[in-house]
Design a protein around this ligand. Structure first.
Ligand SMILES: *Cc1c(COP(=O)(O)O)cnc(C)c1O
Length: 431
């Protein structure tokens, strides 16, 4: 399988090179040249297969010869080492809980898969690689955990000081070893800017092999299709059309769902749900893509003004907005709607939402006012305790932190304070 750059000026690459480069030299995102639907026999028997087998069938063509079958199966088993329960909230309304992984966020799936691919490529190549990421919280935590102790890989995470939750900060600053956290005196956009600068800095890229680990990277983006298969299999027994509501920021997650549909998974409709950063819902309304500056909200992992993966979504529909609109409906919600929905849902269904999942559920309920007799699944993308300050003040209870995180508050934070780009550069060059 070859990956083309969506800017069409760089040469095509194998899966391995697309992963190690992250982005094409012409700054285009990599996109698989072909997407071949799964065989009918497999699609008809999904409910008889284990999720590891389904995942292998789904992703195999995208890896090609870059990883031997045995090894790929191994990577999948280690990636999918936790469940994705489907929890009923109401008639035809379900939460697909994606937060049972090690850092309590859906990003664990992509991060664990990518880390193991990079580890394998390193074993055969033996050249150190540095993963450089900017984070508004969840990405840094999942990447730190996924790559912890992976040999030949250094991880450098830039996060905005005082702008992430306590759990998220502990998750990336207390591991040590090959994980370093840079605490930036600024906002997420400043971190992102510094990372972009480093990727273009000749002195840095001459000396260090850098790659990214956000959903731009195909090894983080594509495995996210696994839980759509899992959710579909769990819901197929209801025998109704199945819709997925996806709380979206950079749109990697929703885009992976569209790939699952391309592979033949009979998903009826996708709901693209956003906070005030509503570039995509506005596009679906007006037909004009006009990204805004990023707005800060309480669902901060979705604070993205100009979603990187939108271009991949357009590519999937050959830039035909009519086809796109047939498959995706857009909804956006304010912080006050999000907060009151967390409260309302707790009262009505005794279910605790996090602010991101709350937006997914809001979209689903709005959509099901128009359409009935379909199964609606919203993706609950993070455990509510990661956003305890917002959730607890809305429902007036103290949230339990899952056992696996109990020790985290005792571990010592280690970070390097950063106030400008040249300090990042100095750190990278001497490390
Ligand atoms: C990253 C993230 C999102 C947004 O996912 P995208 O793939 O960027 O659209 C939603 N919710 C949570 C909790 C996240 O961490």
């Amino acid at each position: 399988m070859l990956y083309d750059s969506l800017n069409h000026l760089s040469k095509s690459e194998t899966f391995k090179n697309a992963v190690l480069k992250g982005i094409a030299p012409d700054k285009g995102l990599f996109f698989p040249r072909q997407i071949i639907p799964l065989k009918k026999k497999i699609l008809n028997e999904l409910s008889k297969l284990h999720i590891h087998e389904i995942a292998f069938e789904a992703i195999q063509q995208f890896i090609g010869n870059c990883i031997p079958k045995r090894k790929l199966k191994n990577i999948i088993e280690e990636t999918l080492c936790f469940d994705f329960p489907l929890v009923k909230l109401d008639k035809d309304i379900y939460s697909l809980e994606l937060f049972h992984g090690p850092t309590l966020a859906f990003k664990d799936v992509g991060a664990r898969f990518m880390a193991r691919c990079v580890e394998y490529f390193n074993e055969i190549e033996n050249e150190n690689i540095t993963i450089l990421v900017a984070t508004s919280g969840d990405t840094g935590a999942a990447v730190a955990d996924g790559f912890y102790n992976i040999s030949g890989v250094n991880v450098v995470i830039l996060y905005p000081k005082n702008k992430i939750s306590i759990i998220q900060e502990k998750q990336m600053t207390t591991l040590g070893k090959n994980i370093t956290a840079l605490e930036v005196d600024g906002v997420f956009d400043d971190c992102q800017e510094m990372v972009k600068k480093a990727f273009l800095d000749p002195q840095i890229i001459q000396k260090i092999r850098l790659t990214s680990a956000n959903s731009i990277n195909v090894a983080r983006w594509l495995p996210q299709m696994f839980y759509y298969f899992s959710g579909y299999v769990s819901a197929s027994k209801f025998d109704l059309p199945i819709n997925f509501s996806v709380p979206s920021g950079n749109f990697g997650n929703l885009c992976a769902g569209l790939i699952a549909k391309k592979l033949g998974l009979p998903i009826n409709q996708f709901l693209a749900c956003t906070n005030a950063n509503d570039s995509v819902p506005r596009y679906l309304d007006s037909g004009i893509f006009q990204p805004n500056k990023t707005i800060q909200t309480i669902s901060n992992a979705m604070d993205v003004g100009n979603p990187s993966n939108f271009i991949r979504i357009q590519k999937i529909f050959n830039n035909d907005i009519h086809k796109l609109k047939k498959n995706i409906s857009g909804y956006s919600f304010s912080d006050s709607e999000t907060k009151s929905h967390i409260k309302k849902t707790y009262k009505k269904s005794n279910y605790i939402l996090d602010p991101h999942g709350a937006i997914g559920l809001l979209g689903l309920q709005k959509h099901s006012k128009i359409i009935q007799n379909e199964t609606g699944i919203f993706l609950e993308t993070a455990h509510p305790c990661k956003f305890s300050d917002i959730v607890e003040s809305n429902i007036n209870i103290k949230l339990d932190v899952p056992n696996k995180l109990n020790n985290i508050f005792k571990r010592e934070k280690k970070s390097i304070k950063i106030s400008n780009y040249s300090e990042v550069k100095e750190f990278l060059l001497k490390s």
